[in-house]
Design a protein around this ligand. Sequence first.
Ligand SMILES: *Cc1c(COP(=O)(O)O)cnc(C)c1O
Length: 492
Amino acid sequence: MEANGTKGLVLDEPLIFEKSSPGRVGIGPAHSDVPEADPSKTLPSKFLRKGIEGFPDISEMDAVRHYTRLSQWNFGLDSGFYPLGSCTMKYNPKINEAAARLPGFAMLHPYQPEHLSQGALELMHSLENYLAEITGMEAITLQPSAGAHGELCGLLMMAAYFKAQGKPRTKIIIPDTAHGTNPASSHLAGFKVVPVKTEGKGALSVEMVKAVMDEDTAGLMLTNPNTIGLFEKNIKEIAEVVHSKGGLMYCDGANMNAVMGLVKLGDLGVDVVQLNLHKTFSTPHGGGGPGSGPVGVGKALEPFLPCPRIKKDGGKFSLDFNRPNTIGRMKAFYGNFSIMVRAYSYIRRMGASGLRRASETAILNANYIKERLKGTYHLAFDEPCMHEAVFSDKFQLGSGISTMDIAKRLIDYGYHPPTVYFPLVVHGAIMIEPTETETIDTLDRFIDVMKAIAEEAKTDPQLLKDAPNKTKIRRVDETRAAREPILRWKKV
Ligand SMILES: *Cc1c(COP(=O)(O)O)cnc(C)c1O
């Protein structure tokens, strides 16, 4: 099978320091029409230096080519299909970028006084209301800057809630299908994690929760849809068990892309939920860039929300710091404001029916892939999935081919590999999340490639063992690469 987009010239590029030639300059400032000042007369000598050691001297054009070439080594959503499970790598409409660049938003200074920030505050206030409506929660904070940061915020509020009652609780129940950030955030918030096994059933049962929930347990942290891509059908009954012991129900809402407009988490007994604007609400992510992890709460946790809160009084917006029970600030200034602008723009552009349709299509696309690949790759749970489908390498292991080989071979065909070896409960997991923004042609082509790879596993396994064969850097020892990164491009 012919690979996608693997022909063409991608130029090598040395380090920018290696392109340096003394005296070359990249910018030519206009001649100054004011007299030159002597820095030694105005600045203390310890702040003065003759030059910057090792700083590259290159021309403007060299600088442009350098960074353009490096950018061509990247694989991004705008260059190809990126079915990275659990990450919702969907298309980020360019209209969001245009909105975020409007000078009134982009140039806003975080210290600008309230009366000159009314537009920004109004946008944030509206966004909070939209997210409250979508999740079915009472109130939203926009402060946290990632999903995990939102988890921490929610858990700190839970801790504050029990403390305010004079009975701090020490434990959190977390099923084995949880995202790795859930136990990490719980530890950070000072809780002990009580793990529960779903025992290969793919969903949490009411009995399992009953068996561990007690009055020293702050609550349960559940991802819904869960990390296997299944909807936790018992969530309402589970919430009842948690509530019956005075506990709170935390829902990790990072997978909201499957349920927007279809399910209101608040109606299912959820007391606190975090959203990932950088996933569901189509703002660019990956590579550690800025994100946003708003948290929604029910009535019980509302007094504990981070401050300041955005208050609307008549037609005026202000920041309210007068919140005696608040857990305090989670983030400086407003949080990652430009991400909020993008999410606001996305929600306005889509409307309620558009959001619902996005979720429906995300589910449809994942089920399409699941049905068409299930004979070729082992399906972990053969039942209707939500927005992602989890396969494994069980059928290929006989040829000595593992999930890693399949993932690396996909690179040769021009695709970003799916999420691999996660969720942990599925041995050799291959987790595919196509999202709603891909066309059926893209899905069909990807399915054909996945089938071709399964065939190669039988006929030419070495091809997979060696993969990726067409990239600049071949297969690396990933553990070593993470610990001892070699960032210099070596000529071969
Ligand atoms: C992505 C994700 C997170 C973590 O979100 P970050 O923004 O990367 O911190 C948490 N839970 C689930 C289920 C996720 O998919």
